[in-house]
Design a binder for this molecule. Structure first.
Ligand code: COA
Length: 267
C-alpha cells in the first residue's frame, strides 16, 4: 500500500515524456508521491527503469514505455499502453528535449531540424496522441519549454526556435481544447542544477558565471520545477490555461547578453 494515497493527484494517471531523467524524472517522482500512477516515456529503457524503481520503492506505481517522441506511431502506442494499463489518462507532461551549444553560422541544417523535431514536433506528437484520452477526463497538459523561447540567446537559435514554437502551441491548444475541458500550460525553467541541460549549456567555468547572473543568486532545483509542475497540473490551477510560468530565479529579467561570452572562442 502506497504511503502517498492521499496526495493531491490521487486517482490520476500521468504520462511524462522524457520521464527517465532530469526534470521529467523529478516531475514523475513528485506526481507519484502525490498519488498519481505514472507512465514514463523516453528513448533509454535503463533510465526509465531506474526512475521507475525509485517510484516503486516509495510505494508508487510506474510504467515504462521506451519510445522516441519523434516517432508518432510509437508515441500513440505509448498512450494506448498507458490507458490499457492504468485505465485512463489525466495528465500529460511534455518534458523530452534535446539541446547543445552551437553557433548558428556553423550549425548544420540537420542539427537545427533535430532539435526542432524533438522539442516542438515531439511535443505536438504527444499532445495529438493523448488528446482523445485527456478529453474524456477533462485532463491537463504541461509543456516544459525554456527561457530561450523569449530571451535572445547566442548559440541557442535551434532551441530558442523550438521552445518559442512550444509556447505558441501552448496557447493555440489551450484555446482550441478549452471547450473539452483540457487545460494546456507551460513551464519555462531557467538554469536548473543537476540536469543534462545544464551540463551541456554551462560547461566548465560557465556554470559559475551563469550562477552569478541569476538575480536570486543560485540555480534552481529539480524539486522547485516539480513543485511548479504539480501546481499547474493540480486542481489548484483549475482555471489556468494557456499560460507559461517562468521559473528562473529572475534570470530572464537580466536578458541573454551574458551568453555572449560563449561566442568568444568562435568569433
Ligand atoms: N553541435 C553541433 N551540431 C550537433 C551537436 C553539437 N554539439 N550535436 C549534434 N549535432 C548535430 C549532428 O551533427 C547532426 O547533424 P548532421 O547530420 O548535419 O551532422 C544532428 O545534430 C543530429 O545529431 P544526432 O547525434 O544524429 O541526433 P540524435 O537524434 O542522435 O541526438 C541530440 C539528438 C543531438 C539532441 C542529442 O544531443 C540528444 O540525444 N540529446 C538528448 C539529451 C539532451 O540534449 N538533454 C538536454 C535537454 S535541455
Amino acid at each position: 500500500m502506497s504511503q502517498f494515497k492521499d496526495g493531491i493527484l490521487t486517482g490520476k494517471v500521468a504520462l511524462i515524456t522524457g520521464g527517465g531523467s532530469g526534470l521529467g524524472a523529478g516531475i514523475a517522482r513528485r506526481f507519484a508521491a502525490q498519488g498519481a500512477r505514472v507512465a514514463l516515456l523516453g528513448r533509454t529503457s535503463e533510465k526509465l527503469e531506474a526512475t521507475a524503481a525509485t517510484i516503486r520503492a516509495a510505494g508508487g506505481e510506474a510504467l515504462c514505455v521506451a519510445a522516441d517522441v519523434r516517432d508518432y506511431a510509437a508515441v500513440d502506442e505509448a498512450v494506448r499502453r498507458t490507458v490499457t494499463t492504468f485505465g485512463a489518462l489525466d495528465l500529460l507532461v511534455c518534458s523530452a528535449a534535446g539541446n547543445f551549444l552551437a553557433p548558428a553560422a556553423t550549425l548544420s541544417a540537420n542539427g537545427f531540424r533535430t532539435v526542432v523535431d524533438i522539442d516542438l514536433c515531439g511535443t505536438f506528437n504527444a499532445c495529438r496522441a493523448a488528446y482523445a484520452a485527456l478529453a474524456t477526463r477533462k485532463g491537463a497538459i504541461l509543456h516544459i519549454t525554456a527561457t530561450q523561447a523569449f530571451v535572445p540567446t547566442p548559440l541557442q537559435c535551434h532551441a530558442g526556435a523550438a521552445k518559442a514554437g512550444i509556447e505558441k502551441l501552448t496557447r493555440d491548444l489551450a484555446l482550441e481544447w478549452a471547450g473539452s475541458g483540457v487545460r494546456v500550460n507551460a513551464l519555462a525553467p531557467g538554469p536548473i542544477d543537476d540536469t543534462e541541460g545544464m551540463r551541456r549549456l554551462a560547461p566548465g567555468d560557465m556554470a559559475a558565471t551563469m550562477r552569478r547572473a541569476v538575480p536570486l543568486g543560485r540555480f534552481g532545483t529539480i524539486d522547485e520545477i516539480a513543485d511548479a509542475a504539480l501546481f499547474l497540473c493540480s486542481p489548484a490551477a483549475s482555471w489556468i490555461t494557456g499560460t507559461t510560468l517562468v521559473i528562473d530565479g529572475g534570470t530572464a529579467l537580466a536578458g541573454g547578453a551574458r551568453f555572449l561570452e560563449l561566442l568568444a572562442p568562435t568569433s
